[in-house]
Structures are given as structure tokens and as C-alpha cells.
Design a protein around this ligand. Structure first.
Ligand SMILES: Nc1ncnc2c1ncn2[C@@H]1O[C@H](COP(=O)(O)OP(=O)(O)OP(=O)(O)O)[C@@H](O)[C@H]1O
Length: 744
């Protein structure tokens, strides 16, 4: 076939083949260089010389700093990460820029490759530039209006080391002859692809406005807002990777904490940072924020609202200063020949006096001294020094203190509030009777099920901060051996033993070993101390309660913040109180704000449907622009209530034919019984409750009974809006007919 006879289709295929071959050649060079680096790294390691970490210093915005990178160390890192990149079938090299610099220094043509990490050849020439380096910025920043010397931006699609596709954007009105342009643009290609069970990184197609948020300055607070699907989460994660790159010393040693609403969310995003080469970031759900507790159980909305409110602060403060229900209410002893008696009122005064200045768990000595002074105050006559010598060595005093001032576990203090009388004492004038009843009922659920709720975690954290870290009491020799022996006697059926006047709890099995009862399960293990971070990234910030903001604030006291949210998706009932708590957590810093306005997730038809729903209820909702049309409207089916289950199954089955990825059926609690009916459809169909869909996305969704979703969740219509914006490609809504009787 001559050139003249070649059809347009074959010409395009030939052009593509030729371009793929050119790119493959470069990618092969990169992998060969990495192979050499990996051999060198192994040698270094064998010699014990490897540091395993780059020595980067300063801010990489300063191009000069790149000269400080130590090549071998950099390459070691690169080699170490290659294995994980290969296993994920992600491209190490994903971009190419063809630049044409104007006359002056460095004028003329230049080709730059952009990838997940920087690789240099033996002459220190860059083969690939790390996407976060300043030299890669034009890859994200160039536009036809401001091309930044870029002629063509090319996205390479690789499977492992193999180049399988390219997509080009031309940045100048007309391409020079040698510049071939392929495809319709990488962004649309990426958005049309099927979604997996895990979020993917977007390094190859970050948009200009997203790049600005990613590279925003590292200090202070960066706030990213925008409607559903605008890339807030994925941008924030790329920002975390950028911060680690730009100031690794500060952020790797200080730590970066990423917090999301649920364990399902952290599982969904967990691949993004490793695929960008960062695995030193700590991902936590709000229910896992405190070491020693891990939960995803949520309270009923009314209880969660009370427990998350700032008013709980005062209740907890009173509880910590209040009387330990297990503490003795009288102190009696014969000290240096003086009978001493302190009643409950006197003991209360001593306790309040100590706690005015010190935290409970760190004040054993102070409590002992104050008790001694109070005891001495009741003695008439006698020698003070003699009295205190006897007091200090008195076994009964020690035994009393061990009960009266025992170290308190914050979880135990929270459980005190399950007693309505105790709660009423501490919550008087703060919580209404109905609110107190909610708290009691929710703690009863904890005691019944042996599981904390997500809202409890912030309360435990607050109490832990008030109580101070638990201290191990020194074991008196006598007590120590006896307690050990008591464990043995228990095995012989001994139920209760007394040392002096102290009853020991030796009969209780150790919670960590045999968490038999629900209460023991609640108290098993230990509450860890607060880890502080150099950067805290909070996603779905609109749902964080005031008490949860306090927990986060403790972790980011000295750090910088990235906060991501959309008020229209909020399920927290008091946004004003939450905003005040949030500002307090940030230390009153004024945020740098970035607002995202393009919805990259939903097909325009799906998002139109969702935005009509939210606009009716929240006219000022932040509505982004959806960029991708499929030509297929969502289906909205009203079916007889008795047929709902089979119609949902049929809808899910239908969608399985239309998409490649997951079909997710979103079920309000009242339709939860429908789950087993979905089982036979296989593992591409999953069922989930409305609240757990926060931050997630699927190829297709079946939304069951939207009115029930509104009625049964704290966020009401806002939760429904979240649910309606989860599908990328297809959505079917199935609602029971309210007018038809419940029969076929
Ligand atoms: N530049 C981009 N290139 C390719 N895909 C993108 C880009 N920006 C966003 N996306 C995709 O759009 C989808 C939505 O992104 P993301 O989940 O971060 O949005 P969000 O604003 O956090 O949404 P929501 O608030 O609804 O949870 C994701 O699949 C993400 O990968």
C-alpha cells in the first residue's frame, strides 16, 4: 500500500505505534538505570553504608537545592520503591513535555519526562523528573492561554515497564511538523475508565487549579472546599505527598496524619500515597484516632449529637474532678498514737485542692501529702515530725491511697456516666434530661456490646488529656508478692482476699488476657499517649464534631493543616459550634483557601439529578460543574413496596452488564434485611449503608428508598446528596410506592 492509498485509520495506528516505540525506548532506559541503581543499593546495604533515605535539605522550590541531592541515596530510594510500583501495574514514567524555550539562556527545544520519582543517568542528567519537583510544574500548570513554553503535554499509560498508550494535549495553536498529536486528551480518558475498589492516584492528569492547592505553602492552614466529586480528597492526598517531598526532614520525622470518616474510607484511599512513593503517612479513621481503641460503630444520631457537642467538655471536667465511685469514703487510721478520721466531705476537699493544680494520674505524691496535712489538721497536740514519719511509713495509709487515688483509666471514667445519678450530678445545668438519657442509653449499648462508638473515642481522648498518662504505682514489696500469689490462689478457688483493710481485686481475671465480659472488652489494653504530627490532613471535615476537633487539635498543636470539606454534605447538626471548635484546633490561623468547581466523578446526568435534590433543600449549596456526559439518565423507579427487594436485585443485575467495576446497593437501615438477596449476584455487587459511603465512589449505584435515607440519618437530605453523588457512570433509584398497599 502506498502513502496515497493509506486510510486515515491505518495512518493513525501507524503514528501511534511509532510514538509508542519512541516512548518505550526512553522508559527502557529508565528501567535499566534503576536496575543498575538497585544493584548498587544492594552493595551499599551489604557494606552497611546505606542510609536508606535521601539527605535532602531545604526547600526544593530552590532549584539549586537539587545539586545537594545525593545521587546514590536517591537511587536507593528509587530502587526500593520500584518493586511496589511494578506490583501495582502503575507507570513509573507517566508524562512527557516537549518545550520550546524562547531565545536566551537554554533556548530551543527540550524534552522532559515526568514520573513518580526522579531518576538520573550516570552523568547526573535527569531521565525522569519527580512530579513534585519545580521542573515538573509546567506539566500541570501550562494552559493554551499560558503555555509556559510547552508545545505538547503527553500522558503515557504504562503497564509496569510497558508503554501501552499515549494521550496528548497541544498547548499551542498549531503543532510544529515534528510534533505528532495523539488522542483526545488524557483527562477524559482517565475519567471514563472504570473505577476500582481502591482510589487511584491522578499524577498524570492533575489539573491546573488542583496543582495550585497541592503545591500551596506548607505552613499554616490550607482549606480545600468544593462540591461532590471535585477531587478534594485526591488533591489533598497528593498534597501530602508533595509536602513530604518538599520538606522531607520536617514532615517525615514530624509525621503526617491523614484522618477520614470511616475505616471503609481509609481502606479506599490507602493505595494512593504508596503509589506516589510515600508510605510514611499515618492513615486513621475517626474511630481509630486514639491508640488502644478501634471502632466503627456509630451512635444513634441524637446521642452522637450530644456526645460530640462542646458541652461535653464541662461534663467531663466535672467527672474527672468528681469522686471515684469505687473510692473509700472514709479514712481511718492510728498514726503515731493519734486516732485519725477524715469523712467524705473532708476527703472531697483534699481531692479538689490537689486537682486544682495537678492532673489526677500524676499527683499521687501530692495527694498523699495533702491527705497527711488534712490528717494532721485533725490532731490536737503531738509532734508534727513524729506524726509525718509515722504517716509516711504507714502501711494502712499506703493501702488507703492505693484505693482512694488509684490511677484512673479514661475509659473507666467515661463508663461512670452510664450511671444516671452520676451523670445527673456532673451534667446538671449543662445537658437536658432528654440529653442525659441519650448519653446513658448509648453507654449502656457500649456495656452490652463491649464496643465503643466513634463518638466515644473523642470523649476518651479528652478524659485522657485531663487525667494525664496513667502511672504505674510502685509495688510495695509486700503487696507485690502477695498480689502475684493471689493470682495463683484464685486458681485454687479463693474468691476474695484482704491485705490490711484493703480488698484486692485479685479475683478479677486480667482483662488483657481473657476479655470475657463486655466491660472487660471495653477496658482491655491500654490507651496510648497522644502522637503529635507535623501535618494533619482532615477529610470530610464538615462531619467532624466539636469534640473530635479537640482530639485533632491535640495531634496538630504545632503542625500545619490541610482541611477538606463541603458544607452541603454535612451530617453534623451544629455547624457554628463545629466551626468554633475547628478554629480553636487550628490555633486561630487564617486558612489559605482553594475552591474546586469541577466535578470529575459523576456523569453529568447523574450529577444533575443529585443537584436538583440538594438545591431544593439547600439553595446555596456549592454546586460544581460535571464535565463528562454519558447520554444515559439515571433511572428513578417507583415500585410496590412488596416488590422492592426483587426490583433492587433486578436493577443491580442490569447494571452489572453496563459497567465493569463495582455495583453498590446503598441501603437505609430499614431495608438492611435485603442484603442476603444480593449475595447470589457475586462479589461485584456490594451492599453498604448510607453513612459509610462518605468519600467513596463506584461505577454504578442502586439507591434504595431515598425517603428512608433522609428520615433515618442525622444529615437527612444532605446524606441523601452524598449517596446520590457516589456513582461515576450509572445510577438507579428504587423507591417504594407510598400510595399502594403493602401487597402485590
Ligand atoms: N485531575 C484528575 N484526573 C483524573 N481524575 C480525577 C482528577 N481529579 C479528580 N479525579 C477523580 O474524581 C473522583 C472524585 O475525586 P475525590 O473523591 O477526590 O472527590 P471529592 O471532592 O473528595 O468528593 P466527595 O466530596 O464527593 O467525596 C476520583 O475518582 C478522582 O480520582
Amino acid at each position: 500500500m502506498t502513502d496515497a492509498e493509506q486510510t486515515p485509520a491505518t495512518a493513525a495506528e501507524d503514528a501511534l505505534r511509532a510514538e509508542l516505540a519512541i516512548e518505550q525506548e526512553h522508559v527502557d532506559r529508565v528501567y535499566a538505570e534503576l536496575e543498575r541503581a538497585s544493584v548498587r543499593a544492594r552493595l551499599l546495604e551489604a557494606e552497611g553504608l546505606s542510609r536508606g533515605r535521601t539527605d535532602r535539605v531545604g526547600d526544593v522550590r530552590d532549584e539549586e537545592a537539587s545539586a545537594l541531592f545525593e545521587r546514590d541515596a536517591l537511587m536507593f530510594n528509587a530502587a526500593r520503591r520500584r518493586a511496589s510500583l511494578d506490583s501495582q501495574h502503575e507507570g513509573l514514567v507517566f508524562g512527557r513535555l516537549d518545550l520550546d524555550h524562547p531565545p536566551g539562556p537554554g533556548e530551543g527545544r527540550e524534552v522532559r519526562y515526568v514520573g513518580r520519582l526522579g531518576v538520573r543517568d550516570e552523568d547526573y542528567e535527569p531521565l525522569v523528573i519527580d512530579w513534585r519537583a519545580p521542573a515538573a510544574a509546567p506539566f500541570y500548570r501550562s494552559t493554551p492561554v499560558e503555555p509556559l513554553d510547552v508545545l505538547r503535554r503527553r500522558v503515557l499509560r504504562c503497564r509496569g515497564p510497558r508503554v501501552v498508550g499515549v494521550e496528548d494535549d497541544l498547548l499551542v495553536p498549531e503543532a510544529p511538523e515534528d510534533i505528532v498529536v495523539i488522542g483526545d486528551g488524557a483527562l477524559m480518558a482517565a475519567l471514563t475508565r472504570s473505577r476500582g475498589a481502591r482510589m487511584r492516584d491522578i499524577v498524570a492528569t492533575i489539573q491546573q487549579h488542583q496543582d495550585e492547592a497541592i503545591r500551596a505553602k506548607a505552613s499554616g492552614v490550607t482549606e480545600i472546599t468544593g462540591g461532590p466529586g471535585t477531587g478534594k480528597t485526591v488533591v489533598a492526598l497528593h498534597r501530602a505527598a508533595y509536602l513530604l517531598y518538599s520538606d522531607r526532614r520536617r514532615f517525615e520525622s514530624g509525621g503526617v496524619l491523614v484522618v477520614g470518616p470511616s475505616a471503609a474510607y481509609t481502606a479506599y484511599i490507602e493505595r494512593v500515597l504508596p503509589s506516589l512513593g510515600e508510605d510514611s503517612v499515618s492513615l486513621r479513621a475517626l474511630g481509630d484516632l486514639v491508640d488502644g481503641i478501634s471502632t466503627d460503630r456509630v451512635d444513634a444520631p441524637a446521642a452522637a449529637a450530644v456526645k460530640g457537642s462542646m458541652r461535653m467538655r464541662s461534663v467531663l471536667s466535672r467527672a474527672v474532678r468528681g469522686r471515684d465511685p469505687l473510692a473509700p469514703t472514709e479514712f481511718r487510721a492510728m498514726i503515731a498514737g493519734h486516732p485519725v478520721r477524715l469523712d467524705a466531705g473532708a476527703l472531697d476537699r483534699v481531692r479538689r485542692q490537689v486537682l486544682r493544680r495537678q492532673r489526677r494520674n500524676g499527683s499521687w505524691d501530692a495527694a498523699g501529702e495533702a491527705l497527711g496535712e488534712a490528717a494532721w489538721g485533725t490532731v490536737h497536740g503531738g509532734d508534727r515530725e513524729e506524726f509525718f514519719d509515722a504517716y509516711d511509713d504507714h502501711l494502712e495509709v499506703d493501702a488507703f491511697l492505693r484505693e482512694w487515688w488509684r490511677p484512673l483509666d479514661p475509659r473507666e471514667v467515661l463508663l461512670w456516666l452510664a450511671d444516671p445519678e452520676v451523670l445527673a450530678r456532673h451534667a446538671r445545668g449543662i445537658l437536658s434530661d432528654a440529653e442525659q438519657a441519650e448519653v446513658v442509653a448509648s453507654l449502656e449499648v457500649a456495656l452490652r456490646t463491649g464496643t465503643w462508638s466513634v463518638a466515644d473515642v473523642a470523649l476518651v481522648d479528652d478524659l485522657a488529656a485531663r487525667l494525664g498518662p496513667p502511672v504505674e504505682l510502685e509495688q510495695e514489696e509486700r503487696g507485690f508478692y502477695e498480689i502475684e500469689e493471689l493470682d495463683a490462689t484464685e486458681r485454687h478457688g479463693v474468691q476474695e482476699v484482704t491485705v490490711g483493710r484493703q480488698r484486692l481485686a485479685a479475683v478479677e481475671p486480667r482483662a488483657e488476657l481473657t476479655p470475657a465480659t463486655a466491660r472487660e472488652r471495653l477496658l482491655a489494653g491500654r490507651i496510648g499517649e497522644v502522637d503529635e504530627y507535623a501535618h494533619v490532613l482532615v477529610d470530610e471535615a464538615q462531619d467532624v464534631s466539636p469534640m473530635q476537633w479537640r482530639s485533632l487539635g491535640r495531634r496538630g498543636r504545632w503542625g500545619s493543616w490541610t482541611v477538606v470539606g463541603d458544607a452541603a454534605q454535612a451530617s453534623w447538626p451544629d455547624p457554628v459550634e463545629a466551626a468554633a471548635a475547628r478554629d480553636e484546633a487550628w490555633g486561630g490561623k487564617e486558612p489559605a483557601r482553594f475552591h474546586m468547581t469541577t466535578n470529575y466523578r459523576n456523569a453529568a446526568e447523574i450529577f444533575d439529578y443529585a443537584s436538583r435534590v440538594i438545591r431544593a433543600a439547600v439553595p446555596d449549596a456549592d454546586i460544581p460543574q460535571a464535565v463528562r456526559e454519558t447520554g444515559v439518565d439515571p433511572l428513578d423507579l417507583t415500585v410496590p413496596r412488596a416488590e422492592l427487594a426483587e426490583r433492587v436485585v433486578a436493577a443491580a443485575r442490569e447494571l452489572l452488564h453496563e459497567v465493569d467495576g463495582l455495583v453498590t446497593v446503598i441501603l437505609p437501615a430499614s431495608w438492611d434485611a435485603l442484603r442476603p438477596a444480593l449475595g447470589p449476584l457475586g462479589d461485584r455487587v456490594v451492599a453498604i449503608d448510607p453513612l459509610s459511603t462518605k468519600g467513596l465512589e463506584y461505577d454504578a449505584t442502586v439507591v434504595v428508598d431515598p425517603d428512608a435515607i433522609v428520615a433515618e440519618t442525622a444529615g437527612g437530605i444532605r446524606t441523601l446528596y452524598v449517596v446520590l453523588t457516589r456513582a461515576a457512570h450509572r445510577m438507579t433509584v428504587v423507591r417504594p410506592d407510598a400510595r399502594r398497599p403493602d401487597t402485590r
